[in-house]
Structures are given as structure tokens and as C-alpha cells.
Write a protein of this length. Structure first.
Length: 140
């Protein structure tokens, strides 16, 4: 009787984010490939609600090996999840894959703590980036 061979299918190693932040803008040096982040922030001051915030960048560095389906999500204070982007990212050994997502036209209906998350197959790759959206104090 012939023995069946076990499939030697390799499992893809998990992807993880080693950095996740929000900033005003990012630029890449064409000579070195280094990325410079400008205006890192975690609070948005709004004069009134609802408010639409100016475009900004969600920046992440990912480590893994292979291609991964990645989603960028906005989680509201009341628990609603809004998918902002879906992309496929390829990670190579000993190198970081970069996500530099320009987010424009995000509408915040009320003050509160909003979270930006980067996920793969519905699993957070890093602790979500919390953005505090607050009512701006009146000007004197």
C-alpha cells in the first residue's frame, strides 16, 4: 500500500507594523530613499462639528515576507468602522514595506477619540493610532 505524502505547503509568516503614525506630509529623498515625516500629530482642533479635516498622511512600516492584503480603517468613538483603503503590499526579507496613505476629506461628526488602524485579514498589525478630535477653545 502506497503512503500518502504530506503536503509541504509553507505558511506565510505574519506581517506586522513596526511603525504607525499620522503626519501633515511625508517626502522621500530620491538619492537615499529615506522618508522624512513632517508635522506628526495626534490631536485635531475643530471650530465646529461636523468638521472635515485637511489632507494628511498615515504612514506605516511593515515587516513580513510575501504579499499581504492590507486595509486602512477609521474607527469612530461610537464603534463604527469605515474602510478607507484596501491595497496589496509586498514585503521582502530584511526590508520594510511602506504605506504612505494620503487621507483627504475625513469627516468627524463629533468630538472624541478616533482610531486609524492598519489591518491584514481583519487583524490589527499595530496598536491603532488614536487621533483626539476636540472642540477648539474660543478665541479671545
Amino acid at each position: 500500500m502506497a503512503k500518502r505524502r504530506k503536503s509541504k505547503q509553507r505558511r506565510q509568516p505574519p506581517v506586522r507594523a513596526v511603525l504607525l503614525t499620522a503626519c501633515d506630509s511625508a517626502s522621500r529623498d530620491p538619492g537615499t530613499g529615506k522618508v522624512t515625516l513632517y508635522g506628526l500629530f495626534d490631536i485635531i482642533w475643530a471650530k465646529e462639528f461636523p468638521t472635515t479635516f485637511r489632507p494628511f498622511v498615515l504612514f506605516a512600516q511593515l515587516a513580513g515576507h510575501g504579499k499581504y492584503p492590507i486595509a486602512v480603517e477609521l474607527r469612530t468613538p461610537n464603534g463604527r468602522v469605515e474602510k478607507l483603503a484596501e491595497i496589496e503590499v509586498e514585503c521582502k526579507p530584511r526590508a520594510f514595506a511602506v504605506i504612505e496613505a494620503t487621507l483627504a476629506g475625513l469627516n468627524f461628526k463629533r468630538p472624541g477619540d478616533y482610531q486609524l488602524a492598519v489591518t491584514c485579514r481583519r487583524r490589527d498589525l499595530h496598536e491603532p493610532k488614536t487621533i483626539q478630535v476636540r472642540q477648539a477653545p474660543p478665541k479671545k
